[in-house]
Design a protein around this ligand. Sequence first.
Ligand SMILES: [Zn+2]
Ligand SMILES: [Zn+2]
Length: 375
Amino acid sequence: MPTIKRDYYEVLSVSRGVGEQELKSSYRKLALQYHPDRNPDDAEAEEKFKEAAEAYGVLSDAQKRAAYDAYGHAGLSGAGGGAGFDPSNMDLGDLLSQVFGFGDMFGGGGQRGGRPRATKGDDLRYDLSLTFEEAAFGKAVELQVPKMEPCGRCRGRGAEPDSSLMQCPACHGRGEQLFSQGFLSVRRTCSHCGGAGEIVKQVCRDCRGEGYKHVNKRLKVTVPAGIANGNRLRVASEGQPGTNGGPNGDLYIFFTVKEHPVFERHENDLHCRVPINISQAALGAQIQVPTLEGPHDLVIPEGTQNGTQLKIRGKGVPEVQGKGRGDLIVHIDVRTPTKLTRDQRRLFEELKAVLPVDNDAHEKGLLDKVKDYFN
Ligand SMILES: [Zn+2]
Ligand SMILES: [Zn+2]
């Protein structure tokens, strides 16, 4: 692409006979001034930054500089003469690291840059099954959570204790590489060192250089009262460890609550079905009904109908967040006897003789309707 290029010496504000040191310091000054990190969304600065890098890339290379001195920009074209000098072939990260020490440019003032980024560890999921009672009243449990922990032998460095770290040769300690695409420079985490900027000379024999060990961590957790099926509990900082000083992830416990043979739970209320016989229903009675905490006395009023619901306050499930408790709803199931002894039969016959067939107008109407239907 034929564009009018500025003279490289002019770009770097140096004389033709400039020495290596002066060239370097001049480029360093411009790179700092126009670095994209310091000029976000400034296309002109970006261009100046690229231009300086290109100029320095040529003039710092003895062979290219000689060709440029003799023939100008044309001297840098390919053999065919048409390709031109392509700045995207230059390793900008390499150029920058020639003039800046590690951390020199990016380290201060919280600049985004080559320092390995502190990252929060991953969250973990642990599935825990509870009995109905455990969910209702809470429980102290000890979990064994498979997770990673920093290796004790190398303290997470991944290196043998007496082995030193060396600067990553791929990124020169920067932890990331700068790729040029047209006028944009794109940063990528260095694939060789994973962004750390350093690699170990001798990997830790316990963790094989991972820096982490897979452990089953024992963890004591108090499951609060009132947990329902599908609830989850967050245990802060018990997930995977963070990297580069980042915080740990969290642990989430997902609860499955087993069904109860007697009780059904709706919100914080419990429901159960209690059978009584016809005479208890008619005369009233005092019976014992089950609760989660054992038998409870309940008065059945005289004349109780089948399906009547009787409420026992405060015998449901506690609210998870502490205050209050649901109720126990007793569904009365009036059972008609199916096998009668001779005495029972005689008594029912007597009852039949004295009980009215239809004791209110509404039921009379109902019986008439049934008769009409069969006629
Ligand atoms: Zn280790
Ligand atoms: Zn690297």
